[in-house]
Design a binder for this molecule. Structure first.
Ligand code: UD1
Length: 428
């Protein structure tokens, strides 16, 4: 999977001259995980959808290419994305895009809602474990879809999508979003149980309801979707990215800095802010801005477990590992969501961190300093964690495969510069 991602994105490195506390103000980009399902859901509507505050990142560009292939007319004005899905001509998602981005699977439900058929190559995404799609497929089948699994292609037919009661075997963000999208134009009422509660699901419901859908209960474990006949044109503003905000707070903590976040999604970071506080980080809300003082964020965390929301997000596990590498004491992280999300540890060790991995557990013995060296991003959040480590480390760090970080961070290099850090990006 990693091979395919490498083949598509241009190779880049980021060089970091570290060792200085970050100080300054940043504005948080629109949320990647919120906007991708919205773009997929736009396929349901035979008309125009406008998304303001849309991040210009690789995953959004990939979704844009898929929608263009389907026949959408797409344009950008700054960070506003205009999607005209009035006259789509294709119902297949080519392998070259599907393999780049796991969440492309949710386009299948949108195509079924709109056309009653769709086809997709098995989806890809970050290299952080097996990431099966069984929950997606059983949801589609429950709503009346017939699925043919060919070796490299899933073909789905649903001439008569209909609502029904459905309980997910396990909480999944993507499967919950997919269930909502598939049910929007289905006949009758769909009642989804054991849904994931991540904020992006609530944002998707708000977005769809603004288009004329009827989605109730998003953000709780039980969601009710009443099918409607058609949707209408809409304009929506993408919320700030909670994972990017958490990453920047980790950057402040790793460098013992003080930063201001102008548009913080504070209410979406309950567990993260709890951990940040336990590490010794402080923050105040002043006029809607978050003023963080992380100059004493060196406390270890005796046990941190990743959980479904509102528990600690797996997406912030690697950035926090970089911070805990520099804590004054021993920490323990347990990764409960993705079995292969400790890949960054090896490179952190290369930089001088003391980390031992045992299955889903990481044991970290904090060190006083990291040293700059050449390391390699293997996936999005792990790559971001290496940049944070580089900002805290003495000397120069080069993080190879910076293009993987650009899948989710719109302008991390400019943001670091706004915070007084020194970085440069080079294309290979
Ligand atoms: C989304 C996020 C990702 C985040 C993850 C967990 C997007 C675009 N991505 O990914 O950044 O890390 O939520 O918060 O929003 N699972 C199955 N079968 C399935 C689907 C999932 O077993 O059909 C398992 C996964 O392997 C994983 C767990 O369920 O162990 C949670 O995955 P899920 O919530 O689906 O993550 P994504 O939606 O892929």
């Amino acid at each position: 999977m990693l091979r395919e991602v490498f083949e598509v994105l241009d190779l880049k490195n980021i060089r970091i001259w570290g060792g200085r506390p970050l100080e300054g103000t940043v504005n948080i980009q629109g949320s990647k995980n919120a906007v991708l399902p919205m773009m997929a859901a736009a396929v349901l509507h035979k008309g125009v959808t406008v998304l303001h505050g849309c991040p210009r990142i690789a995953d959004v560009f990939c979704m844009e290419k898929i929608l263009s292939h389907l026949g959408a007319k797409i344009s950008w004005k700054g960070n506003s994305l205009y999607l005209d899905c009035s006259s789509l001509k294709n119902t297949d998602i080519p392998e070259q895009y599907a393999c780049q981005m796991r969440c492309s699977i949710i386009l299948l439900g949108a195509l079924l809602g709109r056309f009653g058929r769709g086809a997709i190559a098995p989806p890809g995404g970050c290299v952080i474990g097996e990431r099966p799609i069984d929950l997606h497929l059983s949801m589609l089948e429950a709503l009346g879809t017939h699925i043919e699994e060919h070796e490299d292609l899933l073909r789905a037919y649903a001439p008569d999508l209909h609502g029904r009661d459905l309980r997910f075997q396990q909480q999944s963000v993507g499967a919950t979003e997919h269930g909502i999208i598939t049910a929007v134009l289905a006949k009758g009422v769909t009642y989804l149980e054991n849904c994931a509660r991540e904020p992006e699901i609530l944002w998707l419901a708000r977005f769809l309801n603004g288009m004329g859908a009827s989605v109730k209960g998003a953000g709780t474990g039980e969601i009710l979707v009443e099918g409607v006949a058609a949707l209408r044109d809409s304009v929506f503003t993408v919320p700030p990215d909670r994972i990017v905000a958490g990453t920047y707070l980790c950057a402040a903590a790793a460098t013992r800095g003080k930063i201001c976040i102008e548009n913080p999604p504070v209410s979406e970071l309950p567990s993260f802010l709890g951990i940040y506080g336990k590490m010794g980080g402080q923050y105040d809300m002043v006029g809607g801005k978050l003023i963080a003082d992380a100059s004493r964020a060196y406390g270890p965390i005796t046990r941190l477990e990743t959980e479904v929301y509102p528990g600690f997000s797996t997406d912030l596990q690697s950035p926090v590992m970089a911070v805990l590498s520099l804590a004054r004491g021993k920490s323990h992280i347990r990764e409960n969501i993705f079995e292969d999300r400790f890949r960054v540890a090896e490179d952190l060790v290369h930089m001088g961190a003391h980390i031992r991995i045992n299955g889903r557990d990481a044991y970290i013995d904090g060190t006083e300093r990291l040293r700059g060296c050449r390391v390699t991003a293997q996936e999005l959040r792990g790559g971001a964690a290496l940049i944070l480590a580089g900002l805290a480390a003495e000397g120069e760090t080069t993080v190879e495969n910076f293009q993987l970080v650009e899948r989710g961070y719109e302008h991390i290099q400019e943001d670091i510069r706004c915070l007084g850090g020194t970085v440069s990006v080079e294309e290979i």
